[in-house]
Ligand binder design. Structure first.
Ligand code: FES
Ligand SMILES: [Fe+2]
Length: 377
């Protein structure tokens, strides 16, 4: 099928952007689990195409190991936790929290046998994991979640998203979809047409949208007391890292002078952790700086937000199914519009990072690495 000039240009532009086939970026901290999910029960979770075993030591410290027994690949998540060691359910090899084998029941010597362990770090409601080069696992590189450090009230949740993490990041940088995908929850018709600014740098991508004046949807109107008032809704989408996006929003009554406005802000951390090319662990940590003592406000906002985010899960899955079906065809293209400026820059960044990392891995492994393996950027 022949393409129009605009479609052809879009097709060429797409090749510079990350998509479901772009390799994963390993040298980043990702969230492996919510703090409350990891216990003395062995659990496995696929992260960046690797099965990871998660559990807590007796003193509560979280541990992450490769879920595959080094002997004959039995899943350690179907094995036994004995004190701080895992005993494989097949032939009984025993591993400590560093992944070192400390017992082979059929022989007296087990030195040198080990499986991979991953650095982990618990931060409030989430547990971060480092899937990349162990020597680069610096706690200083864990991206900040300010709502956890400022005494705000927070709640957290998890969703299983059947779509590449790339498209979740894109969704979050383009909130024009609030007027349509979220028309029945927290979107308003004026959202898509509102003025916006972008701030694009080498590795950080922000889009600020000014919906003023507007009427707030119930999730924000009720707890802020701004029902039936002409209000401002100013939202910043902030791509912090491949593992974290934070949406900041402030709300106020536009009839009040700046000095009279109560400080009413929310920050929602959207935390995509790639499971596979087409599946993402979607963690959410939501925080607010008002109505701090009111548990019913927490419950109300949490329930309303999760209902809205579920619309993203359903919408992105539909997008993913389309891309899976048509993404490899010769006439596939994605046309970008002005509102996509930040997300296009972000997707180019993800692709550059992923390809640079891949080239480094291949060089380290001594594999042949010709320039033709890389897509020009
Ligand atoms: S497969 Fe684990 S001990 Fe044999
Ligand atoms: Fe959304």
């Amino acid at each position: 099928m022949s393409l129009t000039r605009v479609q052809r240009a879009a097709q060429v532009a797409c090749r510079r952007m990350a998509d479901r086939k772009t390799p994963f970026i390993y040298n980043e901290w990702y969230v492996a689990a919510l703090t409350r999910e990891v216990s003395r029960e062995l659990m496995s979770r696929t992260i960046l195409d690797q099965q990871v075993l998660l559990f807590r030591k007796e003193d509560g410290t979280p541990v992450a190991l490769n879920n595959r027994c080094g002997h004959r690949s039995f899943p350690l998540s179907r094995s036994t936790l004995d004190g701080d060691t895992v005993v494989c359910g097949y032939h009984g090899l025993r591993y400590n929290e560093k992944g070192e084998c400390v017992e082979v029941p059929s022989q007296c010597n087990c030195s040198g046998i080990s499986i991979r362990s991953y650095p982990v770090h618990q931060q409030g409601p989430v547990i971060w994991i480092w899937m990349g080069e162990a020597e680069q696992a610096d706690l200083e590189k864990i991206p900040a979640m300010p709502m956890l450090e400022e005494g705000w009230v927070t709640s957290e949740d998890y969703m299983d998203l059947k779509c590449s993490y790339v498209y979740l990041h894109e969704n979050l940088l383009d909130l024009t979809h609030l007027s349509f995908l979220h028309a029945n929850t927290f979107g308003t018709p004026d959202y898509a047409r509102a003025n916006f600014d972008t701030d694009i740098s080498e590795d950080r991508f922000l889009l600020k949208r000014y919906v003023v004046p507007t009427r707030l949807p119930p999730v924000w109107a009720k707890p802020t007391g701004l029902e039936d008032k002409d209000a401002a809704r100013i939202t910043t989408s902030d791509f912090v890292s491949p593992a974290l996006h934070i949406v900041h929003a402030e709300f106020y009554d536009i009839s009040l002078d700046e000095s009279e406005r109560p400080d009413q802000r929310i920050k929602t951390a959207h935390i995509p952790t790639p499971a596979t090319a087409d599946r993402t662990h979607y963690f959410v940590v939501h925080g607010r700086n008002f109505a701090l003592e009111e548990d019913e406000v927490t419950d109300f906002m949490h329930q309303q937000l999760m209902a809205a985010f579920q619309e993203d899960v359903v919408g992105l899955q539909a997008v993913s199914e389309m891309i899976e079906e048509y993404g490899d065809s010769d006439d596939y293209y994605e046309i970008s519009v002005k509102a996509d400026a930040a997300s296009v820059a972000m997707r180019r960044y993800l692709k550059r990072r992923a390809e640079a990392e891949l080239a480094e891995r291949e060089a380290t492994a001594g594999m042949k690495n010709t320039p033709t393996q890389l897509t020009p950027v």
